[in-house]
Design a protein around this ligand. Structure first.
Ligand SMILES: Nc1ncnc2c1ncn2[C@@H]1O[C@H](COP(=O)(O)OP(=O)(O)OP(=O)(O)O)[C@@H](O)[C@H]1O
Ligand SMILES: [Mg+2]
Length: 569
């Protein structure tokens, strides 16, 4: 028969009580034995009377039985029947003790009381009444037997003994009443406790699950700022496990967060902030944090709780939006103006060229030189305006499958022709990687990145241009991947190949890095600041994006991510 968990708990409690009963019986038997020995030691040499021998035999039997029961108990399956049998046996032992130690004069009659109490503990009310009834009957038997033998057979009960028996039976009944009430109360308290424990456990489980399934990082600290808990999302964002950070200071795990928490403690108990954070994998993330005081009671702070999220993508998108807005206003006006300037510029250039070609021999060298300057500068101005118009009003991209290896090889030959000798150039590409891109625009993009890299390495260095197929398994696909590597999967599910242009040049300081894709942003005397703006625009126009990583003094790495053709996905 299979027991439920409640049944199993009950039978293990019963087993424990039985063991206690056995232990009590052993101790009692030993005590009686020692007492009897002390009393009869004097007369031991003269030989023992029949009653004394009976007394010893009873005590020894009880002793041996208790040991045997203890030995077999763990193998017994019908525990309740086993317990009932022991109680009956105990009544018999006590009755024998009473019988052999003087019947009505015996003081062992009180032993019916503990049996009744134990029966109440083991079997509740019915057990208590049954044990007390059995005890009263057995006692009556002992008294009658004694009287019978003393007066030579069964006789009318002696009124004194009847009164004695009545007192005993009444006392046993009262004990049974009290013990069963007590045992009922105890059972009720036990049940209530078990219920509360169950409620508490399920409440704790609910709490744990809630914290675990939060999509925000959540940590708590003690009043000193040492971390006391760290949920799975917090582990994912920081790259550190709960085991590693428990007990560490908040600032040791998220630098700058402690100040925010202190601020919230001083102020309105709530603080929010945006922090830059480098996780264990080396990714630069933007974290949005909210901290508040966790109060144990009204006076003393129980610590702090900090909730945080990886908002890198949001911050990037905001920056992108700002960039677009900036261009939409001033840029559009400038584009119109540039377009208007082009026509008079063409007229000036054309007129000067006519003047130059039709000039008589007598024209001074000086005039010719000046005319050439005008032509050269108008050409330069025209090129700048063309570049700008190209950026501001690009021809719509016509994405087509482009074999990256051959496109990169073409570009390599062009790069080689203008490569400063101190710069090492390496180009790598998987042989049959294709991307969806406007071929002409792709070359323009590579050219801009190449020029920037060369310009960043005036003393020489190494330039690596490397194409990379889409990651075999798109990372998690939860739309949350971000950071320097950039997402390798777009929201629509298409996968992205990468073209990386990495130099060992001057690098870009963080405050400049934020602005390099802005149109007209340049740090160069001769620069227009349109190179990277164009790169950015081309990548986006072809369904991809650009990311950049840079370390001052060590170099810069641009990654252009472009979709691969449908069939290759
Ligand atoms: N590889 C690089 N290493 C260091 N700094 C770079 C690199 N690429 C770009 N930059 C920085 O970004 C700025 C903007 O670059 P961008 O190509 O848009 O304009 P530019 O190179 O200054 O001018 P243009 O390309 O129009 O001649 C540069 O002025 C430079 O400070
Ligand atoms: Mg440039």
């Amino acid at each position: 028969m299979s027991e439920g968990p409640a049944g199993a708990a009950r039978s293990s409690a019963l087993r424990q009580r039985l063991l206690a009963l056995l232990a009590g019986r052993l101790v009692l038997a030993l005590a009686i034995l020692a007492g009897a020995l002390a009393v009869t030691a004097e007369r031991a040499r003269e030989g023992l009377s029949e009653s004394e021998r009976g007394l010893y035999a009873t005590v020894v039997t009880s002793f041996v039985t208790a040991i045997l029961c203890a030995a077999v108990q763990h193998r017994v399956r019908r525990l309740r029947a086993f317990a009932a049998a022991q109680l009956v046996f105990d009544v018999a032992v006590v009755t024998a003790l009473v019988r052999f130690s003087g019947g009505a004069d015996s003081f062992f009659a009180f032993l019916y009381v503990p049996i009744t109490v134990y029966a109440a503990l083991l079997f509740g009310r019915q057990g208590a009444y049954a044990a007390s009834g059995l005890g009263a009957l057995a006692y009556a038997g002992a008294l009658t037997f004694e009287q019978g033998t003393g007066a030579g057979g069964l006789a009318i009960p002696d009124p004194v003994q009847l009164a004695l028996w009545g007192t005993h039976a009444g006392a046993l009944l009262i004990v049974a009443l009290l013990a069963s009430a007590l045992s009922r109360e105890r059972d009720r308290a036990g049940r209530a406790l078990a219920e509360r424990t169950r409620d508490l456990r399920s409440l704790r489980r609910l709490h744990e699950r809630t914290v675990e399934s939060l999509t925000s990082g959540l940590l708590t600290t003690d009043p000193g700022g040492a971390i006391t808990s760290f949920n799975p999302e917090a582990e994912r964002i920081t790259g550190a496990t709960e085991q590693e950070v428990l007990g560490l200071s908040l600032d040791g795990v998220i630098p700058g967060a402690a100040e925010l928490v202190l601020e919230s403690a001083r102020g309105a108990r709530k603080g929010r902030a945006l922090l830059r954070f480098r996780n264990r994998a080396g990714q630069e993330l933007h974290l949005g944090l909210a901290g508040s005081v966790l109060r144990a009671d009204e006076e003393s702070p129980g610590g702090y709780v900090v909730i945080f999220q990886d908002v890198t993508r949001v911050v990037e998108m905001e920056a992108q939006l700002r960039r677009h807005e900036r261009l939409a206003g001033v840029g559009q006006l400038a584009a119109d103006l540039a377009h208007e300037i082009r026509n008079p510029l063409a007229a000036i250039s054309g007129s000067i060229q006519i003047l130059e070609s039709g000039s008589a021999d007598g024209e001074s060298d000086e005039s010719l030189r000046l005319m050439r300057i005008v032509v050269r500068e108008t050409d330069r101005l025209n090129a700048l305006i063309s570049d700008f118009l190209h950026y501001a009003r690009p021809a719509p991209a016509k994405p087509e499958p482009v074999a990256i290896a051959s496109a990169l090889e073409d570009m390599r030959q062009i790069f080689e022709s203008v490569r400063p000798p101190a710069v090492q150039l390496r180009v790598e590409s998987p042989p049959d990687l294709r991307v969806m891109c406007d071929d002409r625009q792709l070359r323009q993009l590579l050219w801009n990145l190449y020029l920037n890299a060369i310009q960043a390495m005036p003393e020489g260095g190494s330039l690596v241009i490397r194409a990379e197929a889409p990651a075999a398994q798109a990372p998690a696909g939860d739309g949350r991947s971000s950071g320097p590597e950039g997402a390798r999967e777009r929201a629509d599910g298409s996968r992205l190949a990468a073209i990386e242009v990495a130099d060992t040049g001057t690098g870009i300081p963080p405050d400049v890095l934020e602005r390099i894709f802005d149109p007209f942003f340049t740090t160069k005397e001769e620069g227009s600041g349109l190179g990277l703006a164009t790169v950015h625009r081309i990548a986006e126009g072809n369904g991809g994006h650009v990311t950049v990583e840079s370390a001052v003094g060590r170099g810069t790495r641009f990654r252009v991510l472009l979709p691969v053709p449908e069939a290759a996905r």
